[in-house]
Design a protein around this ligand. Structure first.
Ligand SMILES: CC(C)(COP(=O)(O)OP(=O)(O)OC[C@H]1O[C@@H](n2cnc3c(N)ncnc32)[C@H](O)[C@@H]1OP(=O)(O)O)[C@@H](O)C(=O)NCCC(=O)NCCS
Length: 329
C-alpha cells in the first residue's frame, strides 16, 4: 500500500482526509441536497473535531467518495455523516464499499462502538430499511426567503399568535436557556425523553442524533446552539427547541441555511417556539435564507399553516421527513 493509505478494496484506496483535500471534496459535491449541503462550511471543522474520522476513497488517485463518522454516546455510537460519491461513479455500489470500509476502520479504532446511527432525508423503501432499526421519523417544514423578508414574516407570525393566544401566549412562555447549568438540568433529567417524546430517545441536532447524557454535553456545546424551553417548569419543560447558527450553503451563491430543531408535541408551543427562535436569530440572517424546522410529525400541518403569510418567506418543499436509523456494528 502507498504511504498514508489506510486500506484498499474493490479497486479503491482509502485515506484519512486532510485540510488540503478540500477542493477535491468540493468537486464531487456539486448540487448535493439541492444547494443545502453543509460540508463546504463544516469540512475544516471536521478536520480537528475530537473523535471524528473522515475517510476518502480514491480510484487511480482520483477522489470518488467520502464518508465520515463521529463517536458519541460515551463511545457506544458512531454517527455517520457526509456520505457522497462523485456523480460519474454513482449507481455502482461505491457507497456500500466506502461504508463497509468506514465501519470496520472505526470499529478497529474505537472497539467500544456498539451501534452505528444515521439520519436520512429520503425513504429508501422497506428492503433497504430492513437492514436497520427505524428509530424515529420527524417531519420537516422547509421555507425560504430573503433575509429582509424575515422582519415582516416574524411580525406576521407574532400577530397570528396574539390573535390566537393573547399577549401572554406560547411565545412568551419560551425562556432561553442561557447557562450550562440550566441546559444540564433540562437534558439530564431522567424523564426528559418521555416528556419531550425525543425521537429514538435522542436530541437530533442538525441531523446529528445524540443521547441526552453527560458525555454528549460537550458535543452539543461545541455547536454554539441557542436553546429555548417552553411549557411546564423551566427545568422540566414540555417543549424544547434550539437553532444551530445559520451557515453558508452553495444555493444560489449567497444563501445561509437555518436549522431549527423542536422536541415536544404541543401545537401552540411549537408556534411560540418558532417565533422565539426567529426573533433571536434574525440579526444573523443574510442573503437567501433556507430554513428547515424539524419537529414531531403531528405538528407538521399546523406549523406549515402557521407559516403561511404574505411576507415573501414561503414554503419551498413539500412535506418531507428525517429518518433516524440504527444498526449494530
Ligand atoms: C447517495 C449516494 C451516496 C449513493 O451512492 P452510490 O454509490 O450511487 O450508491 P448505490 O446506489 O450504488 O448503493 C450502494 C450502497 O450504498 C447504500 N446507500 C445508497 N444511498 C445511501 C444513503 N443515502 N445512505 C446510506 N446508504 C446508502 C445502498 O443501500 C447500497 O448498500 P449495499 O451495498 O449495502 O446494498 C450518491 O448517490 C450521492 O453521492 N448522492 C449525493 C449525496 C447524498 O445524497 N448523500 C446521501 C447522504 S444520506
Amino acid at each position: 500500500m502507498e504511504p498514508g493509505c489506510v486500506g484498499e478494496n474493490d479497486g479503491l484506496t482509502f485515506w484519512l482526509a486532510k485540510p488540503e483535500d478540500y477542493a477535491d471534496v468540493m468537486s464531487i459535491s456539486e448540487d448535493i441536497y439541492s444547494g443545502n449541503d453543509y460540508l463546504p462550511h463544516r469540512y475544516h471543522k471536521w478536520m480537528t473535531e475530537p473523535d471524528r474520522v473522515v475517510i476518502l476513497a480514491r480510484r487511480a488517485g482520483k477522489l470518488v467518495a467520502l464518508e465520515s463518522g463521529v463517536v458519541v454516546d460515551d463511545g457506544r455510537t458512531v454517527v455517520v455523516e457526509g456520505l457522497r460519491v462523485c456523480p460519474t461513479e454513482r449507481g455502482h455500489g461505491v457507497a456500500g464499499v466506502i461504508q463497509r470500509f468506514a465501519d470496520s476502520y472505526l470499529k478497529k479504532l474505537y472497539p467500544s462502538i456498539k451501534v452505528k446511527r444515521l439520519t436520512r432525508g429520503d425513504d429508501p423503501g422497506p428492503e433497504k430499511l430492513s437492514k436497520f432499526r427505524l428509530l424515529a421519523r420527524r417531519a420537516v417544514v422547509s421555507l425560504s426567503g430573503e433575509a429582509e423578508s424575515f422582519d415582516g414574516f416574524i411580525s406576521a407570525l407574532k400577530a397570528k399568535l396574539m390573535l390566537e393566544e393573547g399577549a401572554g401566549g406560547p411565545a412568551s412562555k419560551h425562556l432561553s436557556l442561557e447557562t450550562e447549568e440550566q441546559l444540564r438540568a433540562v437534558l439530564l433529567d431522567p424523564d426528559v425523553s418521555s416528556r419531550l417524546q425525543l425521537p429514538g430517545g435522542a436530541i437530533i441536532q442538525d441531523w446529528q442524533p445524540l443521547q441526552p447524557i453527560e458525555g454528549n454535553l460537550a458535543v452539543l456545546k461545541r455547536q454554539n446552539l441557542t436553546w429555548f424551553a417552553g411549557g411546564g417548569l423551566v427545568d422540566k419543560p414540555t417543549f424544547l427547541s434550539f437553532y444551530t447558527p445559520p451557515y453558508p450553503v452553495p444555493y444560489g451563491g449567497r444563501a445561509v441555511r437555518l436549522n431549527i430543531d423542536m422536541f415536544g408535541t404541543d401545537q401552540g408551543l411549537a408556534r411560540g417556539a418558532l417565533v422565539a427562535n426567529l426573533d433571536r436569530v434574525r440579526a444573523e440572517l443574510r442573503g437567501t435564507v433556507m430554513m428547515h424546522v424539524y419537529l414531531h410529525g403531528s405538528l407538521w400541518e399546523s406549523l406549515r399553516e402557521f407559516c403561511q403569510t404574505d411576507s415573501g418567506v414561503q414554503q419551498c418543499r413539500n412535506s418531507w421527513e428525517q429518518l433516524l436509523l440504527e444498526r449494530d456494528l
